[in-house]
Design a protein around this ligand. Sequence first.
Ligand SMILES: NC(=O)c1ccc[n+]([C@@H]2O[C@H](COP(=O)([O-])OP(=O)(O)OC[C@H]3O[C@@H](n4cnc5c(N)ncnc54)[C@H](O)[C@@H]3O)[C@@H](O)[C@H]2O)c1
Ligand SMILES: [Zn+2]
Ligand SMILES: [Zn+2]
Length: 387
Amino acid sequence: MKAVVYNGPHDVSVSEVPDARIEHPNDIIVRITSTNICGSDLHMYEGRTSFEQGRSLGHENMGEVVEVGSGVSKVKVGEYVVLPFNIACGFCKQCEQGLTNYCLTMQPEPALAGAAYGFAEMGPYAGGQAEYLRVPFGDFNALRLGEDAAERQKDYVMLADIFPTGYHATEMAGVKPGDQTVVFGAGPVGLMAAYSAVLKGAGRVWVADHHPDRLALAEHVGAIAIDTSKEDPAEVVKEATLGLGADNGCECVGYQAHDPQGQEDASLTLNQLIDSVRFTGRLGVVGVFLPEDPGGKEAQNDLEAQGKIPLDYGLMWFKGQSMGTGQAPVKRYNRALRDLIAGGEAEPSFLVSHELPLDEAPSAYENFDTRQSGWTKVVLHPGSVPA
Ligand SMILES: NC(=O)c1ccc[n+]([C@@H]2O[C@H](COP(=O)([O-])OP(=O)(O)OC[C@H]3O[C@@H](n4cnc5c(N)ncnc54)[C@H](O)[C@@H]3O)[C@@H](O)[C@H]2O)c1
Ligand SMILES: [Zn+2]
Ligand SMILES: [Zn+2]
């Protein structure tokens, strides 16, 4: 079968890989109909992770079940399902508590936790930017979709990662009706965090980035755009809140945060977030930070390449703030968010800019990676691209 394969920094191809097949009685095989490129894929694409050459990418996947193992009892052939990017067992100490983002069973390295499709340090699992995907523990991991699944793939595929992840950022930040919330990053994750805050009834939401096309989408969902190439986001937020700062905030950029000229500084958005949020406010950090970034020595510095980031901890402590971090537990939210989509209350597809055949993955990666204007979110379709 065909899959998007990582050949080295800035080099992916659509190549032949071994067919996905049932390897365990609880597996299901899904014919992928929609699979997104994510900002997390870009860390791997740029050679800024330990992702191995020759592996396939893709962790935001949905499609039609074509085969089920003998131990599968709920999911049926022919059903459309969306797969959380986290692969989880459902029965380990972490999964029992709903922490499917840090499953112990699916991560083969005993000292680590958490697994994902086509992802650095998250187990050996193949990616879903491919014709077919093997899904372990299919009954637990697959979220079944309704009769409108095939027509509304652009919305439902966002349940694999960015909609629940953006929502999780607002949960960690404790966003409530009426709150004033600041979001750093107007990439797909930041836009989904802003959208989630609006859905929760936040009174005022700011989104900071330096890409005008992405900021326009933030305004489209009712947020206030802050163009960081023109304004200091912390100053804008404090000025609008009697100097106190927002009630809470979300970091949706990660360790490759940079100034508008492109100079990287992994502490930039974290420290602006601490500065922008008021005393006792909560911070939800879903942007990815890593314990090691060997590829970042040139772009950043030796310490940051070891994950040692100069955080304004004194100010954070003085303000009594608290911070939530890490991979999102997609399964905690995906069913409720699916029902918001099904009921017409949420339409996360507003950020999709491109729907392309799988074969166009190499140029799509390049355009998304260089943040070409108008390339906000790419959905790849291994079968036919819907009309
Ligand atoms: N925690 C999770 O479970 C999870 C899930 C998905 C993605 N992520 C991570 O979330 C982050 C965002 O993902 P994405 O798909 O939106 O990526 P993206 O790369 O498309 O978007 C990132 C955005 O941040 C902006 N940015 C860069 N520096 C900035 C700064 N100093 N101030 C404000 N904005 C700045 C960029 O211009 C870009 O628009 C990535 O680190 C990704 O790996 C985490
Ligand atoms: Zn993703
Ligand atoms: Zn588990």
